[in-house]
Design a protein around this ligand. Sequence first.
Ligand code: ZN
Length: 471
Amino acid sequence: MKDYEITIGLEVHAELKTNTKCFCSCKNEFGGEPNTHCCPICVGMPGALPVINKRAVELTIKAGLCMGCDINDIAVFERKNYFYPDLSKAYQISQLVRPICLHGGVKLDSGKFIRLNRIHLEEDAGKLVHKSETVGTLIDYNRGGVPLIEMVSEPDMASSDEALEFLAKLRENLIYADIAECKMQEGGMRCDVNVSIREKGQKEFGTKVEMKNINSFKAVERAINFEVERQKDILKSGGKVRQETRRWDDVAGESSSMRSKEDSKDYRYFPDPDILAIEIPRENVEKLRKELPLLPAERKEKYLGEYGLSQYDTNLLLSEKVYSDFFEACVKLYNKPKSVVNWIQSQVLTLIKDEDEKEIKISAKNLTEIIEMLEKKEISQQDSRTLFAKCWEENIDAKEYAKKTGMLSTLSEDELEKIMDEVLSENPKACEDFKSTPDKVMPFFIGQVMKKTKGKANSEVVRKYITEKLK
Ligand SMILES: [Zn+2]
């Protein structure tokens, strides 16, 4: 039996998080009444003049910096000519020869490096809405002209697992750096997959087949695995794989031929005469680099190394940007990463695990104050939970509330312990009785401690201390 090697390349599109579209001032917003976020520029009326959105260029540069790309000094926009009803001006403004970002790549957990060829900026097309047979197909141009980056990988992936990890890492970077929301269910991130196979040891690549616009991780995995099997079957039966573009049908779980694959020369790219080449000064690039937050890979290293967290805790924190950002904010206020992560895991995540919107409804200040009061034994375990729940419900000041309600003992730990030891040594008989009837004697001890501290002690703390001491 012949052994085959799989080669996968991805072209990943992500809509940028700008307020307005790429070449006009229409709103960049998902949804909305069809054809309400449109103007003569983005629907491509003859004579309308596009103006580049500076923010879109900046976000593309940032994306490049996140993925270790080189940023070109001069970038050029070109017209990619093709006809399709969702693209009313019959060309897409895109980049071919001088994209904004070149090279770069992403390291997988295995250490394997997946190279990027480029990241370029282009405009999205409108959306076809297929209705019933009588109504036909409608077109919504709200998405037309939305800024889109295309991240093109080299054919460096050898399995659907590697492709998924690469995709996940691109997505994480874009989300963490606030470049794109990458909501796959809304089409905010989509992916074209190129797959070929060749016999092990064969030098040249096999014929590649492209599958377009796949918009979920699961679908990417299924599409690749399906395509690999399809090509294997063809080669095994002595056939030849045809170079073509195929449509992936996620419901049927199979792909079907769309058209024979076109080359870039078929699109008659040429520089868009309406848009000047853009100059990108080094100092602007460096300024944008400074704006980047710590990226997931850097955070991971810090959590595992400097903070000494477990792999599990680290992955948990990094699974959502809000968790990781909240954790960072807490550690800044209270430098005990392990205590903080325990609270996030046991309390915070329990409350928002099943919510769609991962909103943390307690401030970092409140949470860290609660942890600190607990660890200094100024409040009891039980009160810390009550306080946490209270802070989650309404935005109160945790410390103030603890004082007001008597949860917070204003005694220092040492002072309180001294008083409790006194009470024990002054009452040897009660200590003796405690052995047989602890429940009866405990209220007496608590009463004594309260008397001496003028009610400033926390009864839970006293109960715990005395029980331990008399064991
Ligand atoms: Zn417009």
